[in-house]
Design a protein around this ligand. Structure first.
Ligand code: NAI
Ligand code: MG
Length: 496
């Protein structure tokens, strides 16, 4: 049974309201409660989501556990085929999913949301192709014994996701977990529960019911009991460092593995010999201005060599000034809104902190939308702060907003040391025409994802994840699926 795309996101938000998806069926929360989902561009309520609590978690985990047994018995390549089929079907829903995610998160449709929906489908297609790669090894242990390893699924996997790129982050976890033979319970972010629910509905037209379940709710009431559930054998989490620590502690109590994708304060080092046009474009892409800076990999610490500093900042500012802030659903819009009141408050407090930082100069970019319908929208004009030192709080703490901290540098050794002087280590980039400098920097920068002369986002097939407090484990690649969603079993046949 196929689902016809619904291109009116307001209508779709209503249709999806107030439900979890458990064992292939839409169900209300066991406690009967819901919470509101709003449109960050206007503040208006667009629908509701089921308020998940422990009984919902119990039902979803039970459904997953039951479905996983038969799923694990399927040939791995067959599982992959079904996951790839999810990718194919999701690809026919890109426009619908893009619109709905723009409506509930405030991310502009043209520059962000439609693209994210495309990557969602692509991630399922990518992992779907990897079924036959779930290989083990033969080991020359003893000539009279055949010794092999096999990859077995862990069982029920909990995926806890945030709101900034809910589709992509969910796909990286769920597609890998499913192909490896696991069943999945996803707990969506309270700020963005609807589009991932639609994805779950679509996937349940392809997959056996119970394999892929979707719960909505808040951290303490829904996320915590999911992590603590005795039948959950693995947690894959993306979110804040603070919550990551809570999840890790709870998982430690059960001694189950976790993958954590946490925050970042990624350095972008621009050398004096960099290709200026390329580096300016890279600063815009890296800072994720079109996503209001709401990205864990945002290159939010911009180190610019003093010889080009003023021109570079002026050119970045001019480009951001030319970007249009407005209704996320409007094709003309480049920059939408911050997701929630809480995040808006946080971003504003960091802008205030920047204003109060000694030596800092604030450059406010672009222009607020003038449409009166958007008067209550959570719009924040992008800000570039110059005159900062790496030790300033604004250069050390993750803001998760459109705030770029620029640090002028002159000595290469010092800039590398400063780039590494951060609790985080998610991404980093170096911009230079000199191959020796580039090579040296890629070796020395403490980060999980290092690029030269570009600032790409997560790519299917490339391991993605951080060091230091940016997290544990890797995602998006074959290796990540093998390492994080399977157990290795060693089997010895005595042939004597
Ligand atoms: P959060 O880490 O609190 O939320 C992420 C997910 O964890 C949500 O689904 C939430 O419901 C769940 N959660 C919360 N408490 C939990 C618990 N005790 N047990 C299990 N699950 C729980 O992040 P939040 O509050 O949305 O954002 C705060 C800050 O975190 C942001 O300003 C940003 O700095 C950072 N962040 C980083 C992200 C990343 O991609 N690495 C994504 C989102 C936020
Ligand atoms: Mg939180």
């Amino acid at each position: 049974m196929s689902i016809t795309p619904e291109l009116d996101p307001f209508k779709l938000a209503q249709t999806l309201s107030g439900k979890h998806l458990i064992a292939g069926k839409f169900v209300a929360a066991a406690g009967g409660e819901t919470f509101d989902v709003d449109n960050p561009a206007t503040g208006a309520v667009i629908g509701t989501a089921a308020f998940g609590t422990k009984p919902d978690v119990d039902a979803a985990v039970a459904a997953a556990k039951a479905a996983q047994k038969d799923w694990a018995k399927l040939a791995a390549r067959q599982r992959g085929k079904l996951v790839a089929e999810c990718g194919r079907v999701l690809a026919s829903h890109v426009e619908e999913l893009g619109r709905l995610v723009a409506l509930e998160t405030g991310k502009a449709l043209r520059t962000e949301s439609r693209i994210e929906a495309g990557v969602l489908a692509d991630m399922f297609t990518f992992f779907g192709g990897l079924g036959s790669e779930l290989k083990g090894e033969t080991i020359p242990f003893n000539p009279d014994m055949l010794t092999v390893t096999v990859r077995e699924p862990v069982g029920v996997v909990a995926c806890i996701i945030p709101w900034n790129v809910p589709l992509l982050l969910m796909a990286m976890k769920a597609a890998a977990a499913l192909v490896a033979g696991n069943a999945v319970v996803v707990k969506s972010a309270e700020e963005a529960p609807l589009t991932v629910l639609r994805v779950a509905e679509i996937m349940n037209t392809v997959l056996p019911h119970g394999l892929f379940n979707m719960l909505s709710g808040f951290g303490p009431e829904c996320g915590a009991p999911l992590v603590e559930h005795p039948d959950v054998k693995k947690v894959s989490f993306t979110g804040s460092v603070e919550t990551g620590r809570i999840v890790y502690r709870a998982a430690a109590e059960k001694l189950i593995p976790v993958t954590l994708e946490l925050g970042g304060k990624s350095p972008m080092i621009v050398c004096a010999d960099a290709d200026m046009d390329q580096a300016v474009a890279g600063a815009l892409a890296g800072m994720r201005f079109t996503r209001q800076g709401q990205s864990c990999t945002a290159s939010s610490r911009l180190f610019v060599h003093e010889a080009i500093h003023d021109e570079f900042v002026a050119r970045v500012k001019a480009k951001v000034d030319a970007m249009v802030m407005g209704d996320p659903l409007d094709e003309k819009t480049d920059i939408g809104t911050i997701v929630s009141d809480g995040q808006l408050e946080r971003v504003r407090s960091y802008i205030k902190l920047g204003e109060e930082t000694k030596g800092a100069t604030k450059h406010t970019c672009s222009a607020m939308p003038t449409d009166p319908k958007l008067a209550k929208g959570r719009f924040v004009q992008p800000v570039i702060f110059t005159g900062l030192k790496n030790s300033d709080r604004i250069c050390q703490e993750e803001i998760f907003g459109p705030v770029c901290a620029v640090i002028k540098w002159s000595d290469y050794e010092e800039v590398i040391a400063q780039a590494n002087d951060s609790e985080y280590g998610l991404a980093a980039s170096i911009w230079t025409r000199d191959i020796k400098t580039a090579m040296d920097a890629t070796r020395r920068l403490e980060a999980g994802f290092v690029q030269v002369n570009q600032n790409l986002v997560v790519q299917p097939g490339l391991s993605y994840g951080g060091v230091k407090t940016s997290g544990l484990g890797r995602e998006a690649s074959l290796e990540s699926m093998l390492e994080h969603f399977t157990h290795k079993k060693t089997i010895i046949f005595n042939m004597k």
